[in-house]
Design a protein around this ligand. Structure first.
Ligand SMILES: [Zn+2]
Length: 397
């Protein structure tokens, strides 16, 4: 994040203090969305009179706008004006890409999802993202020049500089590509890249089941299985960015060979491809996870059995995770989470048996509230975190 104060402003001066306070107000509204002046004052620990003066400056500068929340003047909500800028969220999965445009008040204004063919390639994916973004902007009458940043999530580990660690077996078409640099060049925007489980954790933490949680784990169940960890209120990425690779913890070291090169990883039991394969003989080779979930919810015993067994296998891994990081909340995301209690009840049962009692006694295990949207929301959150906001000065005061 850049400083709002120019380098010519001496630290400790009145101007530098005013700029620092203005930055606190801007960052608070960016992080929490529209707020009343009283809420801004509490969250920034600035005096109400200081907040009032800064808010008026920012309204005069065309950055903020006050809108009634229907509760009279005292309840007026302060937020960013639409013209203050927009951000883009991009979620690239194994079989889909979703592009969303959001304003600085944390509202997604438009989004579109495309299914991808099996053999999709990096360059084509980015071209599709660019075309989709143009369509969304045109439909809304939003100028491209107002875009401040994009967040992009991928089903592969990403290092601390936002580059793919390895995509070989996971996302072969993206192998060896500096995604941040390449996407930034093609979209003409600063791009932040993040692993999809981490993005899901950010999305659920900001806008979903994890709102207000200090310590939580988000479990992504899909073609791959991973966890995103929020520790002490922030995303935990580890020394090299590969924290939370829960899918590659060993269940049986003589088990099947995993795409990561190890044997018997959790993922070889609970990934989408592996659970549908269990039902291939009885339910056909084309069965998808949404089909399986719908059948189980409709009373199909074989499908319900597979989901229950998946919950139990995940339970052992989640209990180990809870014994290590002691979260207050585990959010289960991905298509399989739509099975609800068919998945969660056996998962909770195993966690309560294998988790340290004091650590899991009050633990909540819930389905993702944002569903499969969690990743694109996380991409928007990332873009918002990294967008360089204009300041009152830059806006022509
Ligand atoms: Zn593995």
């Amino acid at each position: 994040m850049s400083e709002s104060a120019g380098s010519s402003v001496p630290p400790g001066s009145q101007t530098s203090l005013r700029n620092a306070n203005q930055r606190r107000v801007l960052d608070t509204v960016r992080r929490d969305g529209r707020l009343t002046q009283a809420q801004i004052s509490r969250r920034t620990a600035l005096a109400p009179s200081t907040v009032s003066s800064i808010v008026h400056e920012l309204i005069d500068a065309g950055l903020f706008v006050a809108a009634s929340d229907g509760a009279g003047r005292r309840g007026q909500l302060i937020g960013f004006r639409g013209s203050a800028g927009h951000v883009v969220g991009i979620d690239v999965g194994h079989r889909h890409v979703t592009v969303a445009v959001a304003d600085l008040n944390q509202e997604i204004l438009a989004q579109r999802r495309h299914e991808l063919p099996d053999e999709h390639r990096f360059a084509e994916d980015l071209e599709l993202v660019g075309r989709t973004l143009d369509t969304l902007l045109r439909d809304r009458g939003t100028a491209r020049s107002g875009l401040l940043a994009a967040g992009l999530t991928l089903p592969a580990p990403v290092d601390l500089e936002g580059r793919l660690i390895s995509a070989g077996a996971i996302l072969p078409a993206w192998s060896g590509i500096d995604v941040r640099e390449e996407a930034g060049r093609r979209l003409g925007l600063p791009v932040v890249v993040e692993n999809d489980a981490n993005a899901g954790a950010l999305g659920e933490h900001a806008w979903g089941a994890g709102r207000g949680a200090r310590n939580m784990a988000y479990l992504k169940l899909g073609h791959g299985v991973g966890a995103g960890l929020i520790l002490d209120g922030s995303l935990f990425r580890g020394a090299t960015g590969s924290a939370g690779e829960l899918g590659h913890t060993t269940v049986d070291e003589t088990g099947r060979v995993c795409r990561c090169g190890n044997r018997g990883c959790l993922e070889t039991y609970v990934s989408s491809g592996n659970i549908t394969r269990l039902l291939a003989d009885t339910h056909g080779a084309d069965l998808t996870v949404p089909d399986l979930v719908a059948a189980a919810l409709g009373g199909d015993l074989g499908c319900a059995r597979v989901i229950g067994d998946t919950g139990r296998l995940l339970g052992t891994a989640v209990a180990n995770l809870c014994n290590t990081i002691n979260p207050e909340l585990v959010v289960v995301g991905g298509e399989l989470s739509r099975a609800g209690e068919l998945l969660l009840a056996p998962l909770r049962d195993v966690v309560s048996r294998h988790g340290v009692h004091g650590g899991v006694r009050d633990l909540r295990i819930e389905a993702a509230r944002l569903g499969i949207e969690a990743h694109v929301v996380g991409a928007v959150v990332l873009a918002l975190q990294h967008a360089e906001l204009p300041t009152g000065d830059a806006a022509g005061r």
